[in-house]
Design a protein around this ligand. Structure first.
Ligand SMILES: NC(=O)c1ccc[n+]([C@@H]2O[C@H](COP(=O)([O-])OP(=O)(O)OC[C@H]3O[C@@H](n4cnc5c(N)ncnc54)[C@H](OP(=O)(O)O)[C@@H]3O)[C@@H](O)[C@H]2O)c1
Length: 260
């Protein structure tokens, strides 16, 4: 098992990519702290893990609030004694809107969850990682950080900002035993965020959801969507010793779309 003796705090783990990461990390021996706002999803994801004999616990938190970030880090330590892996995954896409119409409050909300919460949680876990001279931080960014799509300025800015945060974290922490990396998934069409985005984009473009999806997937070399399991496997690689010399990087899992 690749994550024996680790404690992973995985944000946004009630469903989608975060849930798949929590599941794989638990299967690989980590104790997992799950968190999101929806209690029923969180409870179901956590129960699934504990029923299978894994170590898992959950706490409801809205990570766009500073106090809730502190609460979840404290809850993970209270439950499992330490945090050795942080996965910043929680977030939503925000409005599908041109910049000139994009509501400021929504812009702030998107930045708050993707970028500010990741910064806050990183700030909260680094001291204990430095004290142990080991730890891993993984930020879930996006193809949107590296490509050019219309109507999602806050999301793209937040995800690009996350790559900057990743590199700065890596630069500060590399000689203190900590690694920080990012994943840039392309369309993971099985998740709620992706499905809601597809539906809204199709409406805006005046095409069917099938046409919108087909057109987008056609722009990827592999011509297909990525799966939550594929993202989780890359997350496992970056959070385990298998990637012990990799830090400050962003890895694209997009079926061939971005090439830097
Ligand atoms: N799906 C894709 O195509 C794709 C591609 C590239 C990157 N990503 C990134 O992957 C990550 C996961 O997305 P997903 O596709 O798995 O979406 P999802 O199924 O909608 O999951 C998002 C998770 O984040 C949680 N969350 C959202 N806002 C939160 C908040 N304020 N506080 C705490 N938790 C919050 C959600 O739970 P609650 O709503 O219950 O809080 C949920 O558990 C996101 O960062 C997304 O940007 C996704």
């Amino acid at each position: 098992m690749l994550l024996q003796d680790h404690v992973a705090l995985v944000t946004g783990s009630g469903r989608g990519i975060g849930r798949a990461i929590a599941q794989l990390f638990a299967q690989e021996g980590a104790a997992v702290m799950l968190t999101a706002r929806s209690e029923s999803e969180l409870r179901s994801a956590t129960d699934e893990l504990t029923r299978a004999g894994h170590r898992a616990a959950c706490a409801v938190a809205d990570l766009s609030q500073e106090a809730e970030c502190r609460k979840i880090a404290a809850a993970a330590r209270a439950q499992f004694g330490k945090i050795t892996i942080l996965v910043n995954n929680a977030g939503h896409y925000g409005p599908i809107s041109p910049i000139e119409e994009y509501p400021l409050a929504e812009f702030d909300a998107v930045l708050n969850i993707h970028l500010r919460a990741s910064f806050l949680l990183t700030q909260l876990v680094l001291p204990e990682m430095y004290a142990r001279n080991s730890g891993v931080i993984l930020n879930i960014s996006s193809l949107s950080a590296k490509s050019a799509f219309p109507w999602g300025c806050a999301y793209a800015a937040a995800k690009a900002g996350l790559l900057g945060l990743t590199r700065t974290t890596a630069a500060e922490s590399a000689r203190k035993g900590v690694r920080a990396n990012a994943l840039c998934p392309g369309p993971v069409t099985e998740t709620r965020m992706s499905q809601e985005l597809g539906a809204t984009l199709a409406k805006r473009m005046g095409v069917s959801e099938e046409e919108q999806l087909k057109g987008f997937l056609n722009s990827l070399l592999q011509g297909r969507a990525q799966t939550t399991a594929e993202i989780a496997r890359a997350a496992l690689f970056l959070c385990s010793d298998q990637s012990s010399a990799i830090t400050g990087q962003s890895i694209n899992i997009d079926g061939g779309a971005a090439f830097f």
